[in-house]
Design a protein around this ligand. Sequence first.
Ligand code: NAG
Ligand code: NAG
Ligand code: NAG
Ligand code: NAG
Ligand code: NAG
Ligand code: NAG
Ligand code: NAG
Length: 284
Amino acid sequence: MRTTLFNSVLLVAGLVGAATAIPTVWVTGDSTTSIDGGKNGTQGWAQYLKYSFGSNALVNNSARAGRSSRSFTRDGRFDQIGALMKSGDWVVIEFGINDAGIPQNGSTKTTGDYLRAVCPGAGNETCTVVYGTNITEVVQTYPTYVKAASQKFLDLGAAGVIISERLPTNVWESGSYSYTPTIYSYYNQLLTTELGGPSSHVYYVQHGSYAAQAQKLLGADIVNANYPMDHTHSSPFLADVHSQAFVLGLKCGTSPLGNLIVNATARIETALGPCLTANATIPI
Ligand SMILES: *[C@@H]1O[C@H](CO)[C@@H](O)[C@H](O)[C@H]1NC(C)=O
Ligand SMILES: *[C@@H]1O[C@H](CO)[C@@H](O)[C@H](O)[C@H]1NC(C)=O
Ligand SMILES: *[C@@H]1O[C@H](CO)[C@@H](O)[C@H](O)[C@H]1NC(C)=O
Ligand SMILES: *[C@@H]1O[C@H](CO)[C@@H](O)[C@H](O)[C@H]1NC(C)=O
Ligand SMILES: *[C@@H]1O[C@H](CO)[C@@H](O)[C@H](O)[C@H]1NC(C)=O
Ligand SMILES: *[C@@H]1O[C@H](CO)[C@@H](O)[C@H](O)[C@H]1NC(C)=O
Ligand SMILES: *[C@@H]1O[C@H](CO)[C@@H](O)[C@H](O)[C@H]1NC(C)=O
């Protein structure tokens, strides 16, 4: 009897603890997301995300420069988050910049920025490569890596997973505005649907498209001045804009994570543009 009462107290305490715990938003990605961006004074967008959550959520920026969905997986970085996260946390997955190319045999480099090209394809295709001192790796497609990571987090009790579209390069680079989503935008929509979409707590945020819209509104002079190093890595100012563009995309979708944003939508839209039209085929 005493044991039962004790267990009940523990159970209630546990429930209260779970209900009041502040969720952590774990952000994964590459140098356009990570701390210090591409170095040389540039910055990654997720460094600014915490300001839009106030005290409603913590943000852990786990993005790492040079990584693709493949090398982030091989490094064990999704696994590290899985080991640290608690039930009710959120995970943002944003790759696609370093995933391009064809997996190659014969590399002598085995870590870091190397060996990051995914196997081409939208399904379960694989590419076997041999490198280093006879290491064999069965390389998967982008959807396979992102779906495996997402499913892992959902199985561990994540409140949801946000599949996020990679950022554009400078949309004013050619002298006039230009933005075309990449194959990874298509893969993201496809894999979000295959994972079950919003009813399975998997949401798609068209981050790259919202960032492109924000860059269009800022104009060529400001945007050009905020890519100090190359057309990929932005200044802290533009990284902050890109973070706010993510937040706008989040608030324009149906994810409950959007309810934790402290800023009002109207205030955000004034600076960053309206919600983008998404039809029923886009699982936001
Ligand atoms: C950073 O700046 C230094 C010196 O300005 C330059 O040599 C280096 O190539 C830059 N790094 C990158 C990654 O562009
Ligand atoms: C953020 O997450 C990483 C794992 O991705 C972990 O190594 C790091 O300690 C975390 N940072 C904080 C402040 O918890
Ligand atoms: C790969 O996907 C195809 C088409 O969905 C399926 O028929 C096949 O069994 C799968 N192969 C493996 C090894 O999972
Ligand atoms: C790499 O080498 C292995 C073993 O010889 C071979 O099966 C595979 O097709 C090669 N992969 C590529 C991408 O050339
Ligand atoms: C490389 O590994 C394969 C499979 O593990 C093995 O059959 C082969 O003998 C190894 N080659 C060398 C040169 O070590
Ligand atoms: C929300 O407000 C904070 C604090 O003023 C600011 O840092 C952040 O960029 C804002 N977020 C958006 C999306 O406007
Ligand atoms: C919805 O959007 C998708 C992807 O952009 C497009 O292929 C499709 O034609 C659109 N459908 C309708 C009914 O507008």
